[in-house]
Design a protein around this ligand. Structure first.
Ligand SMILES: CCC/C=C/C(=O)SCCNC(=O)CCNC(=O)[C@H](O)C(C)(C)COP(=O)([O-])OP(=O)([O-])OC[C@H]1O[C@@H](n2cnc3c(N)ncnc32)[C@H](O)[C@@H]1OP(=O)([O-])[O-]
Ligand SMILES: Cc1cc2nc3c(=O)[nH]c(=O)nc-3n(C[C@H](O)[C@H](O)[C@H](O)COP(=O)(O)OP(=O)(O)OC[C@H]3O[C@@H](n4cnc5c(N)ncnc54)[C@H](O)[C@@H]3O)c2cc1C
Length: 665
């Protein structure tokens, strides 16, 4: 039914209007023309493999069938990744793409049961294992001789990991640890792939030796027989059931009944238990948390990718869809011409760029700090932890909200599963919870900010908080510029940190314990961390754009997006700006007018911008967002795949409807 090679005429017109070279932007986003070429060849390699096609849309499968189909595809995917590695084609890029929001979610729309093996199991072996342990385990894991997961969260505790209840008690007589789940709430609950896919796990458990508890430590535990896949004695294991999304990820539960593992299965890079049971302390107890930092860093990039996918769908659809009238007797306009629609879409495009640049910055810093940690230097860890926490929280929350805005922007059709917006939302909103619930992570950033605030005469060693050294009473008169917005956001963040800190102190002076005072001030602490993060994101966007060497035409558009992101952020925080800067109501009108101007300036390039993301139709996986814009044909084609349409009369007519109709005669 879909007319091949026929592009919707509205999209043809939109593409003619574009004022910059979309290919230049594609190359910029990929990191160069060569990278674009490599990405495209990878996409062809995966997406055009007939084995990776599905006969029936995922939605029509049962929960069990979904899992089985996901395992089938996951094995093919990672087999192909190994093939690429063996050919020397691409290193980490293969993994980042296949596991991240771009390519991976095209093939496995509702999650991958083997993701945790690559995202957490192998990184934990690498980050927490000694050289000998790495030699023993990593090759097996890379070759997929074993499949692992990361089992930390329990039924009773996810956030408060010091409160985990699983125990690992050292028995020096046999040089073994005994793993045990003493309560129902101590059962591991959530790890991806744990249900029926993994046969090994890194298990986080309270370490007991010589009668003393030393807190949580990582242990490699075999869960299933390597041949038969039967759970080993003492291992109680299963899947946790259906969820809002990610229904193919096979999240599982796990209990231990006095399960013995060799002493050498404790990952001992940072702390050790010697054969006689003596405990050797880690240089920092927080090194055990290293894998979580890594995944938080990766999530910022994923959030950006999911958002750009959603906004590509909604922007193309909005260019094709006509509805209502702006003027009487005029033809029905493209809905993208309603300014309220532009206000839904264009800030999401700008937000993608903002997150992308923060994600790149964070990835580089993460790699630098990791090298420092390897050399035993721990000084930069607190700042990395603080910035990773707030960026993970703000990017996942804004991306989830942005995807939902895009879904709403597509009206009724956005509610269709075939738009791919509902399942994209399911994947993104999960990021607000996993790898540290967002409020909790913002409180971690706040903890760092308050400490820095209390020692703000000593800011040289930091990168992200230098502005806290500025005089709080400085006033910078309003200007319609991003520089002013950055000043205003930093001023807001600094004042919020100062206020939260002051309120903690006042509560302490009134006799409260510091921890109670902290809890009572925590709404303000979260707000302070969020403000800090928003100022960081805008400033990073600004710095990146200023340094870019691109054509004049592209620069103009990127600056418009930067300005839009800045003014959009500022207008969402007008209450704060009125409170903490000398901005007036009149100035806010100026900002509002600027926002409207920017929407109009971006309007001709909207389709060009999302085209530059160069997301293949298979990756978008959407009836509404395909490059050719044949929306209505695709909606019909997908509807025809409903099993209910396979026969004109369903058996329920005979069974229920007919007798019911008769009874009412
Ligand atoms: C695809 C993905 C699938 C999903 C997988 C998962 O979800 S897996 C499961 C994911 N699960 C989660 O993400 C669970 C989320 N929960 C947690 O990460 C922790 O329980 C916590 C951070 C909330 C508190 O931890 P706590 O009670 O031990 O700590 P505290 O508050 O008492 O602070 C003590 C000090 O430690 C510092 N510090 C803390 N973390 C780090 C770090 N990573 N690095 C460095 N430092 C860190 C902190 O700054 C503070 O420093 P200060 O001020 O003393 O110099
Ligand atoms: C899709 C998905 C996949 C996951 N995959 C894995 C995995 O592979 N491996 C794994 O180990 N875990 C995994 N998890 C678990 C995940 O890491 C936890 O759910 C997460 O860390 C939140 O913990 P919680 O569920 O205990 O929430 P809770 O901490 O119970 O949160 C409930 C509420 O309490 C609030 N709260 C809790 N503590 C505080 C505090 N100190 N201050 C203020 N408010 C607080 C929170 O803000 C939240 O509003 C996964 C979870 C999901 C949803």
């Amino acid at each position: 039914m879909i007319k091949k090679n026929s592009i919707n005429p509205d999209l043809v017109e939109e593409r003619k209007k574009c004022t910059f070279n979309t290919l230049e932007l594609t190359h910029l986003l990929d990191g160069g023309a060569k990278k674009t070429e490599e990405r495209k060849s990878r996409e062809t390699f995966f997406l055009e493999d007939p084995q990776l096609q599905s006969k029936v849309p995922l939605e029509y499968l049962s929960h069990k069938e979904k899992y089985e189909e996901a395992v089938r595809k996951a094995c093919i995917i990672f087999g192909k990744v190994q093939e690429l590695q063996n050919q020397g084609r691409g290193g980490m890029d293969n993994f980042r793409e296949i596991l991240g929001g771009q390519l991976g979610s095209a093939i496995l729309k509702d999650g991958n049961p083997l993701t945790l093996h690559y995202v957490m199991f192998i990184p934990t072996l690498m980050g927490q294992g000694t050289m000998e342990q790495q030699a023993e385990w990593i090759q097996k894991a890379w070759n997929c001789d074993i499949i692992g997961t990361y089992a930390q969260t329990e039924l009773g505790h996810g956030t408060f990991i010091r409160g985990l209840e699983t125990t690992a008690t050292y028995d020096p007589s046999k040089e073994e640890f005994v793993l045990h789940s003493p309560t129902l709430t101590s059962y591991k609950w959530w790890p991806g792939g744990l249900g029926h896919s993994a046969n090994y796990a890194v298990v986080l458990a309270q370490l007991y030796t010589k009668g003393k508890c030393y807190g949580i430590h990582p242990f490699i535990v075999q869960l299933r027989d390597e041949e038969t896949h039967q759970p080993l004695p003492g291992i109680k294991i299963g899947e946790i059931g259906c969820k809002l999304g990610m229904n193919s990820t096979n999240n599982g539960y796990l209990g231990f009944d006095q399960v013995r593992i060799p002493r050498t299965n404790m990952l001992m890079k940072n702390s050790q238990v010697l054969s006689d049971g003596s405990y050797v302390k880690s240089p920092s107890s927080k090194l055990t948390y290293g894998t979580m930092i890594f995944v938080r860093v990766v999530i910022v990039q994923d959030a950006a990718h999911y958002l750009r996918k959603a906004v590509t769908i909604a922007t193309r659809y909005s260019a094709v869809r006509h509805q209502s009238q702006i003027k009487p007797d005029a033809p029905e306009p493209q809905i993208i011409d309603f300014v309220t629609q532009q206000y839904k879409l264009f800030p999401q495009i700008a937000t993608y760029f903002a997150f992308q640049y923060s994600a790149t910055w964070l990835w580089d810093v993460y790699n630098n700090v990791t090298s420092e940690l390897e050399a035993g230097q721990l000084e930069s860890l607190p700042e990395l932890h603080a910035v990773a926490c707030c960026l993970k929280a703000v990017s996942s929350a804004d991306a989830a909200q942005g995807v939902e805005i895009c879904r709403l922007a597509c009206g009724g059709h956005g509610y269709m599963t075939s738009s791919n917006l509902p399942s994209t939302y399911g994947l993104v909103t999960a990021m607000c919870t996993y790898e540290g619930e967002n409020t909790v992570l913002l409180l971690q950033t706040a903890r760092f900010l308050v400490k820095v605030w209390q020692n703000r005469n000593n800011l040289e060693k930091f990168t992200t908080v230098k502005y806290l050294g500025n005089d709080l009473n400085r006033d910078r008169p309003f200007q319609r510029s991003v520089e002013w917005i950055i000043y205003a956001l930093q001023q807001t963040a600094a004042r919020k940190i100062e206020l939260a800190n002051r309120h903690i102190n006042e509560r302490v002076q009134k006799g409260k314990a510091y921890e109670d005072a902290w809890n009572e001030s925590s709404i303000e602490l979260v707000a302070a961390a969020e403000a800090h993060c928003r100022s960081f994101i805008v400033e990073t966007f600004y710095n990146t754009i200023n340094e870019l060497k691109v054509s004049k035409e592209l620069k103009v558009v990127l600056v418009q997006l930067l300005n839009l992101y800045g003014v959009y952020t500022a207008l969402r925080l007008t209450g704060d700006l009125l409170r903490f800067t000398s901005i007036t109501g009149k100035d806010i009108e100026t900002l509002q007018a600027w926002l409207e101007e920017l929407l109009a300036l971006i309007r001709p390039n909207a389709v060009g911008l999302v085209d530059s993301f160069d997301i293949r139709d298979e990756v978008l996986g959407s009836t509404l967002g395909a490059y050719d814009g044949n929306v209505y044909e695709r909606l019909f084609e997908e509807a025809s795949k409903s099993p209910l349409n396979a026969e004109p009369v369903n058996k329920s007519f005979k069974l229920y409807l007919k007798p019911f109709l008769k009874a009412n005669l």
